[in-house]
Design a protein around this ligand. Structure first.
Ligand code: ADP
Ligand code: ZN
Length: 286
């Protein structure tokens, strides 16, 4: 019998199966089109396998509140066709087995916590810096959810004194995502983030925003490890800048672990979320 995993992204879905819930034995990548078309391909992938549980880590916002009428739905996404789509319900109609349901970033945090860069830590925050910015956390061995799931990408940040960009977030303009996502960099400089690698000042400014976020998460949660992933974080020169700014902004107010090891790239590289989904499938079965 197999555990199934779905990392449901706005651009692509990654599906995987594993017998032990860790080692991926088969996987596929499906472009995210309409819900019907995309899920048909998901079912085609899983159908040959005898599944005992499925873990889903989805793009959001999603409803994770079990008391809610729309639990298991993707909610207010602008993505055509996906707004208020009953994702979990549609999965359950096809496979009547235990399923876990959380955000893609919570799944990534869980994967890193159990098998990746945070496996020796007691808690972690995973932040993706890509098309959007999103974060998930593992505290007390569990993904963190309250009335809803965290939206760590939309925290409010202080504008850098040299930054005159108004911000790209349709809700808040100059929130963290509005200032530091890949599209925010691209709109500010009229160039793709990946083509600005040699512009040191740009990455110092980017680090200024990301470090503010990590300071805020530190003050609220005191996580032991920060894992930073997503396309923008491929600019690995960001890490020393972020650590430096983080130290300046926190100003020794609280003790933190060694920043070299506690602010790092994903240990599982691009497999953090799919691994987390498999591990969460295993948890759902219990
Ligand atoms: P998504 O967020 O859509 O899942 P990514 O995490 O790859 O996908 O994020 C895409 C964003 O990351 C784009 O805005 C792109 O410009 C930026 N990006 C991708 N690769 C790099 C890179 N090597 N350096 C800097 N930015 C990058
Ligand atoms: Zn915002």
């Amino acid at each position: 019998m197999y555990y199934g995993a779905i990392e449901a992204g706005g651009t692509k879905f990654v599906c995987a199966v594993s017998r032990d819930g860790v080692k991926i034995e088969d996987r596929t990548s499906i472009p995210t089109t309409s819900p019907e078309e995309t899920l048909k391909q998901v079912f085609d992938f899983f159908d040959p396998y005898d599944l005992k549980a499925i873990g889903i880590g989805s793009f959001g916002p999603i409803d994770v509140n079990r008391e809610s009428d729309t639990y298991g739905y993707i909610t207010s996404t602008p993505k055509p066709g996906w707004g208020y789509f009953d994702f979990l319900g549609t999965m359950k109609k096809t496979y009547n087995i235990p399923m876990s349901w959380t955000t893609d970033v919570n799944a990534a945090a869980y994967g890193e916590f159990r098998k990746g860069g945070a496996q020796n830590a007691g808690s972690c925050v995973y932040l993706t810096v890509g098309t959007g910015i999103g974060g998930g956390a593992v505290v007390d061995g569990k993904v963190l959810e309250g009335f809803g799931h965290p939206e760590m990408g939309h925290i409010l940040v202080r504008q850098h004194p040299d930054d005159h960009y108004e911000g790209a977030c349709p809700y808040h303009k100059n929130c963290l995502e509005g200032m530091a996502s890949g599209p925010a960099i691209e709109k500010r400089y009229n160039k793709k983030a990946q083509d600005l690698a040699s512009e040191e000042k740009i990455w110092e400014m980017e680090a200024y925003y990301l470090a503010q976020a990590l300071v805020n998460y530190t003050l609220i949660l005191r996580p032991e490890t920060f894992i930073l992933g997503g396309g923008v974080m491929k600019q690995s020169q960001l890490f020393p800048f972020i650590r430096e700014q983080f130290s300046i902004l926190l100003n020794d107010y609280v003790e933190t672990p060694d920043l070299e090891t506690s602010i790092t790239a994903p240990g599982l590289e691009d497999n953090a979320a799919i691994t987390g989904c498999l591990l969460l499938a295993k948890e759902a079965e219990k």
